[in-house]
Design a protein around this ligand. Structure first.
Ligand code: 7PM
Length: 277
C-alpha cells in the first residue's frame, strides 16, 4: 500500500476512495458471527465493485458519546473479519483502532493501513508501529469521544490542528516512525463546532504544507445534518459536495459510506481538472 504525494498539482490526481465498512453491534446481534461476516463480505465486494481502493474497518468506539470497547471485544470484532476479507479480496484494508494490541494483531493478519483517531497517543502504539512499516493515518481530535462535542475551544482551529500535527510527527519520528509513513486528517466532527468544521473544510488546503497525504472524513456527519437539517439517511448530496470541496483542496483519500456516488462525483471533478474527458 502506498499513498504518496506526487509532484503533480494535488488537484490533478484522483483521490482514493476509502469505503467505510459498517460493523456496528446491531449487525453483530443477530444470526451469530457467520452471517455477520457474510454480510460484511457482501458489503466489501460491493464497495470494491463501486471503486473503493481502501476498506476501513472499525468498531463503535469513536462515535461521539460512545462507551469504550474492551480489547477482547474489539479483537473479536475486527480480526476474523480482516482475515476473511484478506483471503478473498485484493484491496487495501485500513483498521480504525487506537489500541496497540489490535494494531499488532491486525498488522500480523495483513492490514495495510492503521487509522488512529487518537493519533498514536495511547499506550504502546508508537512502539508497536515502529516495528512495522505500514502507513498510519494520524487524526486530530479535541477531547475524547464521550464528551468531545460539549464545548470545543480553539484559538484558531487551523493553526491549533497544525501544531498538533507538528507534535505528533515529532513524536512519531522520535519513536522511529518516519514522516513518509504518515497520512494526516483534521478529524471532522471530533471536538469541533459546526462553524469550526466548516472553517476546516474551507481551509483544508492549508494542511498541504506538511507535504504529506491528507484524508478527509465528512460522509454523513452531523456537520452536514445540522447545516441541512436532515437525518443521517438524507445526507448524500451534502456529503458529496463536501467530498468534492476537500478533493479540490488536495485531499488524497476520501472516507465515505456511499462509494459509487463519491467515485462518480470525483470523476466529474477529475475530468475538469485534468482536461481529459
Ligand atoms: C458516529 C459518528 C459514527 C461519527 C461514526 C463516526 C473518521 C474516522 C470516524 C474520520 C478518520 C464516522 C465516524 N470518522 N477516521 N473514523 N477520519 N481517519 O463518520 O473522519 O464514521 S468514525
Amino acid at each position: 500500500m502506498t499513498v504518496s504525494v506526487t509532484n503533480k498539482a494535488p488537484e490533478l490526481c484522483m483521490p482514493k476512495v476509502m469505503g467505510i465498512l459498517n460493523v456496528t453491534p446491531d449487525s453483530f446481534s443477530d444470526g451469530g458471527q457467520f452471517s455477520n461476516i457474510n454480510n460484511a463480505l457482501a458489503q466489501v465486494e460491493k464497495m470494491i465493485e463501486d471503486g473503493a481502493l481502501i476498506i476501513d474497518i472499525g468498531g463503535e468506539s469513536t462515535r461521539p458519546g460512545a462507551k469504550d470497547v474492551s480489547v477482547t471485544d474489539e479483537l473479536s470484532r475486527v480480526i476474523p473479519l480482516l482475515k476473511a476479507i484478506k483471503s478473498r479480496f485484493k484491496v487495501d484494508i485500513s483498521i480504525d483502532t487506537s489500541k496497540a494490541e489490535v494494531m499488532a494483531q491486525a498488522i500480523e493478519q495483513g492490514a495495510d493501513i492503521i487509522n488512529d483517531v487518537r493519533a498514536l497517543q495511547n499506550k504502546n502504539c508508537l512502539k508497536v508501529l515502529a516495528q512495522t512499516n505500514i502507513p498510519i493515518c494520524l487524526m486530530h481530535m479535541q477531547g475524547l469521544p464521550r464528551t468531545m462535542q460539549a464545548e470545543p475551544k480553539y484559538d484558531d482551529v487551523i493553526s491549533d490542528i497544525k501544531s498538533f500535527f507538528r507534535q505528533r510527527i515529532i513524536a512519531c519520528d522520535s519513536a522511529g516512525i518516519s514522516k513518509d509513513r504518515l497520512i494526516l486528517d483534521p478529524g471532522f466532527g471530533f471536538g469541533k463546532s459546526l462553524v469550526q468544521n466548516f472553517q476546516l473544510l474551507a481551509n483544508f488546503s492549508q494542511f498541504q504544507s506538511f507535504g504529506l497525504p491528507l484524508l478527509a472524513g465528512i460522509s454523513r456527519k452531523s456537520m452536514i445534518g445540522k447545516l441541512l437539517n436532515t437525518e443521517v439517511d438524507q445526507r448524500l448530496a451534502g456529503s458529496l459536495s463536501a467530498a468534492i470541496i476537500a478533493a479540490q483542496q488536495g485531499a488524497n483519500i476520501i472516507r465515505v459510506h456511499d462509494v459509487k456516488e463519491t467515485v462518480d462525483a470525483l470523476r466529474v471533478l477529475q475530468a475538469v481538472n485534468s482536461n481529459n474527458f
